[in-house]
Write a protein that binds this ligand. Structure first.
Ligand code: HSX
Length: 216
């Protein structure tokens, strides 16, 4: 797998707005949507293309390209923080089938300083995954990696895709290594990798709790 940092200046500008504690709910949510769109366009760069020819209204042939398997995409969102990002990703993958997983970190069993959380998965609904599908799993924060690993464990019961991509706004090196140790072929897309996890498992400097900031 590869680790791709989306370093487009516009993505980094939006990230700065998301980090800023003065950014309110509406702007925060909008920022996540816009980042989802940018990351989606970045992901498409990694899709194969093939050559085609079309005829223009001038009756002349023009060479062009098509993106292979762009309609064979499943997007799984971890509720609830991933919802705005997925709205943005759908601009790049309008034909995607959508799955949801409701997962939360069980804070009260967490030993301060521990790099693992127990994950409580409630409702989930995942479309059937086929061998030629690209699976994109979205969770804005990748802190210890516990949530994404539990999510992938459930998602893979619905079939094995051709390729798996995870999408995050901010991750930690620790979690990226943990995910890749378990699933070496996954491609991880992030807008930033932050240096620290605090005692409570929050990314530092981070942006706070993405779900709370987007939805109150
Ligand atoms: C936060 O913790 C985020 O929204 C994620 O769902 C989760 C990530 O933390 P971790 O499981 O990677 O530590 O609630």
């Amino acid at each position: 797998g590869r680790v791709i940092i989306v370093d487009h200046p516009l993505a980094q500008d939006i990230l700065t707005t998301l980090r800023d504690k003065r950014t309110g709910q509406i702007e925060f949510r909008k920022g996540l949507v816009r980042l989802g769109r940018l990351v989606g366009y970045e992901i498409i760069k990694s899709f194969e293309t093939y050559n085609v020819e079309v005829e223009t209204p001038l009756g002349v042939k023009a060479r062009g390209i098509r993106i292979k398997d762009v309609d064979k995409v499943i997007i799984v969102q971890v509720l609830r923080a991933a919802m705005p990002m997925v709205e943005g990703l759908l601009k790049a993958f309008p034909a995607a089938r959508i799955g949801v997983v409701s997962a939360r970190r069980v804070e009260n069993t967490h030993v301060p300083g521990s790099m693992e959380f127990q994950i409580d998965v409630g409702y989930y609904r995942i479309p059937e995954i086929h061998g030629d599908d690209t699976l994109i799993v979205v969770d804005p924060m990748l802190a210890t990696g516990s949530t994404i690993l539990s999510t992938l464990n459930i998602v893979y019961r619905h079939g094995k895709p051709k390729r798996t991509i995870t999408v995050h706004v901010i991750g930690t090196r620790y979690a990226i290594d943990r995910v890749l140790a378990k699933y070496p072929d996954i491609d991880v897309y992030l807008v930033a990798v932050d240096p620290e996890l605090n005692e409570r498992g929050f990314i530092v400097p981070g942006l706070g709790d993405a779900g709370d900031r987007a939805y109150g």
